[in-house]
Design a protein. Structure first.
Length: 373
């Protein structure tokens, strides 16, 4: 049900209603779209078990989510620089500020994942850990004096205009966040399906805007953590940011329609379509990676006596490979032997070398093709 509101975008939204929404917001259109999303997500979770080692490819897929999630916030990095940084901790230290932001997203996701494995719930501490990793800061909730407002971007019509002012005040923020975590963790508060709850909670988190910066990335990580915590995903793999990037204007517009008009239907339909599309896309990504891995394994074993399943998995752990990674897999292999092996992989076209100053990276071009296709 749409409710017309007298809404002043320049004043803190301290009257933000607590969760759950008091009105009935689920109708047959939302249920239909929920069915599509739920089915595709279940197929994705099942597909994860086709991977020979599910944890092996998680970092690769998370890397794509991290990059896209950061791009939503206009933080851009090249694939080349990102892949180099991931393949070498030294390179990571020397990476650009934008690349470091993307890598911190991945670290934040794993920190949150490990936390919910222990606690079995998303708590304020979980959220703080994620945010602090995302922004590399010790800060907590946005302080009362912080005059945070959301403005139109420089490329938009009426650039710089205030479009929203989040709630302000220590007690108000603490109350809203406490309600948010209670809503996620206590099914007695609301027993809606987890996908519906995730969509409602995501709106609420973004509108609370509890931190000075990094709320979008933090909120998208919480989405994944909640789906894992509810058993809908065994691993935090859902490339949700791809859909948001491709439909970015709709994302922000439909967030605002809930705030200004109480239009939950448009927002929930958007989020269900995002999950449906994203789960289907991630499924195809996994299918292509598994197919390519199997083909590469057969090809490698046919042509190299030392090539095996473990080596093959190592080459698909990340797009750029350093010889040391292969050496760790094979154990106690000399530098001379490693050089010989890398050359053999190059001659077969399984990898290709790329010079970067004094260092050489080896590219898995098939994996890169899939990830960037």
């Amino acid at each position: 049900m749409n409710v017309t509101k007298m809404f002043d975008r320049t004043k803190p939204y301290n009257q933000l209603p607590l969760l759950p929404p008091q009105e009935e917001i689920i109708d047959k259109d939302i249920l239909l779209q929920w069915g599509y999303a739920s089915r595709n997500l279940a197929e994705l979770n099942k597909n994860l078990y086709r991977l020979p080692n599910p944890a092996m490819l998680i970092n690769t897929l998370i890397l794509q989510e991290a990059k896209s999630s950061s791009e939503i916030e206009n933080i851009f990095t090249t694939d080349d620089e990102l892949y180099k940084a991931v393949s070498d901790s030294i390179k990571e230290e020397n990476a650009s500020s934008n690349t470091k932001e993307v890598l911190r997203y991945r670290e934040a996701l794993w920190a949150g994942y490990n936390d919910i494995q222990k606690k079995k719930n998303i708590t304020l501490d979980t959220i703080l850990q994620v945010y602090q990793k995302v922004k590399n800061t010790p800060q907590g909730l946005r302080p009362s004096q912080s005059q945070v407002v959301i403005r139109r971007g420089d490329s938009e019509f009426r650039s710089g205009e205030i479009v929203y002012t989040p709630p302000r005040g220590k007690e108000i923020l603490e109350k809203l966040i406490a309600n948010f975590t209670e809503y996620l963790s206590n099914n007695k508060v609301c027993n809606n399906d987890p996908l519906i709850k995730m969509a409602i909670a995501h709106y609420q988190f973004e509108v609370i805007h509890p931190f000075s910066d990094g709320n979008g990335r933090t909120g998208r990580i919480i989405n994944l953590l909640y789906l894992v915590n509810q058993g809908l995903l065994s691993q935090p793999v859902l490339y949700l940011s791809k859909y948001i990037i491709e439909n970015k204007d709709d994302y922000y517009f439909k967030l605002n329609t809930v705030t200004q008009r109480g239009d939950w239907k448009s927002w929930l339909l958007y989020m269900m379509k995002a999950i449906q599309y994203t789960a289907s896309y991630t499924n195809r990504l996994i299918d292509e990676i598994v197919l390519q891995m199997n083909a590469t394994l057969d090809y490698g074993k046919k042509n190299l006596k030392w090539y095996n399943k473990e080596v093959n998995e190592t080459l698909f752990m990340q797009p750029y490979i350093k010889p040391k990674l292969l050496g760790d897999t094979l154990e106690r292999t000399s530098r001379t032997t490693l050089t010989k092996y890398m050359q053999e992989l190059t001659d077969l076209g399984i990898l290709s070398p790329k010079q970067d100053g004094k260092e050489v990276f080896y590219l898995n071009n098939d994996l890169i093709r899939i990830l960037e296709g």
